[in-house]
Ligand binder design. Sequence first.
Ligand code: GLN
Length: 279
Amino acid sequence: MTLQETLQGAQLLGLERLDAQMLMLHTQQHRVHDRAWLALHANDLMDHTALQSFNQLVQRRVAGEPLAYIIGHKEFYGLTLRVDARVLVPRPDTETLVDWALQVLNTHTHAHVLDLGTGSGAIALAIKSVRPDWRLHAIDYSNDALTLAQANASAHQLTIEFSQGSWLENCTECFDAIVSNPPYIAEHDPHLAALQHEPIQALTSGCDGLDDIRYIIQQAPAHLKNGGWLQLEHGYNQAPAVRQLLQQAGFEQVQSRCDLAGIERCSGGCWLQAPQHSN
Ligand code: GLN
């Protein structure tokens, strides 16, 4: 069978054309975006071993495993990040949060920024790659996630201070911005069926999906400098609730930002008081 015929076979099994092409390039040990190579080699014959490994990858994808886990990496904000089942796959929607953090602190040099629940390290690394003059700190509860995030930081030679903790519990510092993509899906949300390969603790948060967001909003003021920002990603229908929580906690300039699909995807506010010590 030729590469072209093998690809057609994978599509008949229900695979998207682009996914099939990326899996083929991965099997052939080529860069997964090098579709020009595929076009040139469409009529090459697949040898038996290559065909077998391609079919195994196709089965995993058909069973719903994210493409990023299968090929082991994902592009985020122009960076290639290693990902696997220890962390959530970084979504393009989250780039909105990165853009917004870069924008609110645009005039700062030496801003001190925290990525809370960093996972693969995506947000912290994206910010640091654009602003090497800023000091980036990243926290995660999962040591497995931190190991991967550290590997990503080393691979890109970006300096991030990592620490383990449940949200801000072990943190004693104050920041110019706290940025987070926390779990925000309701525990019984039907969308979870499509996300079963990703770590559940990075996805769900109580019966309305807002438990962690409530907790972060309550803890953040003790860790924000005067004029510091808290910016949170949330679900497609949670913006009004998150804005209300921010306002109730005393944040100012409370506002939301839309993702690429035009859906309000992040909300945040500015803390215009001295750090509020909660204990
Ligand atoms: N945006 C992801 C999804 O709905 C969920 C990310 C999260 O819970 N932080 O697929």
